[in-house]
Ligand binder design. Structure first.
Ligand SMILES: [Mg+2]
Length: 192
């Protein structure tokens, strides 16, 4: 039996440092990914939420168009695509659907479905799509999905998600580690 995987896009399939050069250029900063200690960028940038929203509106399509892939992501997703159903569930707004789909095409990355929900609250989408395992980089999302939906959640290690995690969340350093855990988990579900 194949499994239904829910996969976040930004910072999970794309490299978590994708935003860094754009932040440095726009805000005259000189940060690296290590300086992003929390998911909320406001304290780091020292701007208002309205200013951040305006900046995101302008830059999201530009940033997403050329976003680099996370290390080993494509290799692993290419291995999974024929065996499992890959459903991308992202907080991006639906107005970014075209740029998102063409990014997948440019990177020859297969998807069964892309759901841009326009909000960080992914619980309903996870339930609606019958997701059995989720892959994420946002700490509270990972914990909430794992606890509410009672499914394992792979959390990709970044400087901005270092808080403690519950039992159902599996912290990994990269897609190779994710692949090892997921393949082992998949084999063990077949034996039950
Ligand atoms: Mg993300």
């Amino acid at each position: 039996m194949n499994k239904r995987f829910g996969i976040d896009i930004d910072g999970t399939v794309t490299c978590p440092s994708t935003f860094v050069p754009y932040i440095n250029q726009s805000f005259g900063m000189n940060i690296t990914l290590d300086d992003i200690k929390q998911f909320d960028l406001l304290p780091l940038l020292g701007i208002s939420s309205n200013e951040l929203r305006a900046w995101m509106n302008e830059f999201e399509p530009i940033i997403y168009k050329d976003a680099p892939l996370a290390k080993h992501a494509k290799k692993v997703l290419d291995e999974w695509k024929n065996q499992h159903t890959l459903i991308y569930i992202s907080a991006r707004g639906n107005h970014l659907s075209e740029v998102t789909k063409s990014w997948f095409e440019t990177n020859t990355l297969h998807f069964h479905e892309i759901d841009l929900i326009g909000s960080h609250d992914k619980l309903n989408a996870v339930k609606k799509h019958g997701v059995e395992l989720f892959l994420e980089d946002k700490h509270d999302n990972a914990c909430n999905i794992s606890e509410e939906c009672e499914i394992p959640v792979i959390l990709f290690n970044t400087p901005y998600n270092q808080e403690p995690i519950p039992k159902g969340v599996i912290r990994v350093n990269d897609w190779n580690e994710a692949s090892k855990w997921v393949n082992y988990w998949f084999d063990s579900t077949k034996k039950v």
